[in-house]
Design a protein around this ligand. Sequence first.
Ligand code: NAD
Ligand code: UGA
Length: 442
Amino acid sequence: MRVSVVGTGYVGLVTGTCFSEMGNTVWCVDVNEEKINALNKGIIPIYEPGLSEMVLRNRESGRLNFTTDIAEALETSEIAFIAVGTPMGEDGSADLQYVLSVAKSIGKHMKRHMYVVDKSTVPVGTSEKVRSAIQEELDKRESDLTFDVISNPEFLKEGSAIADCMKPDRVVIGVDSPCAEAAMRELYKPYFMNNDKLFFMDIPSAEMTKYAANSMLATKISFMNEISNICERVGADVNKVRLGIGSDKRIGFSFIYPGCGYGGSCFPKDVQALIKTAENFGYKSKLLQSVEDVNHAQKGVLVKKVKERFGDDLSGRVFATWGLAFKPDTDDMRESPAITIINSLTDAGAKIKAYDPKAVNEAKECYLKGNDQVDYVDSKYEALKDADALILITEWKEFRSPDFYEIARLLKNSVIFDGRNQYDANRVAEYGIEYHQIGVRL
Ligand code: NAD
Ligand code: UGA
């Protein structure tokens, strides 16, 4: 099929590339000229395992194209995906300005019947706004072209986006016409040998499914962080409790890892947006508000531990931090706990030696820009030299089995604060290292 994907960010670039991998001809569109020029030179703007090779392969085959010109992309497309950002607005609701601006452009430039598919995460009712925005532009043109609006939320995770896209757990599609359903079935059929993972439903249910999924996952994490805080106080070990409850199939092991709070471009904004949507319909969600509140507090737990150990005034102290990205295998730092943790430590007078395998540029140029108490180093061991303690924030693989002998030798004080509970406390103790974890009393 011929597909346009408007918005070439994490979702647009990954899904557009995966559509082309399946044999479709794809136009990825973005207003960011620098990004499109880079992609046309084969430079991939984000770090995502496996993406670069797939982009280059499909670009070479001519199936994957990049442009800033939406009219050029729509010229031959039957389907147009909207995959732009829906950031948190000032009042907590999803800001739909980018989605609606794309809808307008589609209305302005479409030349045939189009299936307009919303892949961005949007509140219930957005498809109607998209429909009106497109129709308004068609009316201005006095055009009698027709179109279908479809909701197809995306569930990929950064760091495993290609695998999530090529082998999805499910594809949720909200439609209100048989031809829209047929078109989407045709597009997604190659992803499944049979169609049992395609869930067709009405549009509001599809829009709601996305928020419900992210809120459920965020709830699991906040629940586990709450349990970890209780464990610490009563003298239980959350690592053991996690195994004890996860082995119950009804609970399961995924998304019950305690830590220093969830980050990323989606959980924080989507939980907030669902709270706001519910509020707009006269319902106050106490549970979702608590999920958010627990997460906000959790980002402060490591700093509290550091202050309990070294005092409230951290002047003269240097801390090595491992990890800046909001999770491993991405250079994305949006809402990363590292931002809160590092800024709180430097506010208390500390200096930071930060290492991350991929996210240093993001930190320098954006998320920690202006914090001159942070030095960036090129290796995890370099960060440790003369530091008072190591603080592990993101569980990159290269931090999983470090040389504890080297850690103890390089640090001024042999102390680790682990925000992701990566190590066996008994092993760490053998090196004389004081080991602070989440949800375990020292
Ligand atoms: P992003 O910020 O990485 O990318 C958005 C892109 O859209 C940017 O490149 C921007 O320049 C472009 N853009 C903005 N206005 C445009 C316009 N008028 N025309 C063309 N391009 C335009 O965002 P993202 O992380 O890809 O997220 C996109 C949506 O998908 C959001 O609603 C998000 O909640 C959802 N989502 C994200 C993920 C994820 O892992 N990042 C996963 C699932 C769903
Ligand atoms: C999340 C969802 O997992 C995707 O399904 C969804 O499509 C996406 O949001 C989205 O809508 O954008 P992502 O944000 O890429 O994906 O990353 P996750 O793996 O979900 O991790 C989110 C945060 O939760 C990270 O900060 C991670 O460290 C934290 N987390 C995750 C925990 O603290 N504990 C866990 O057990 C799991």
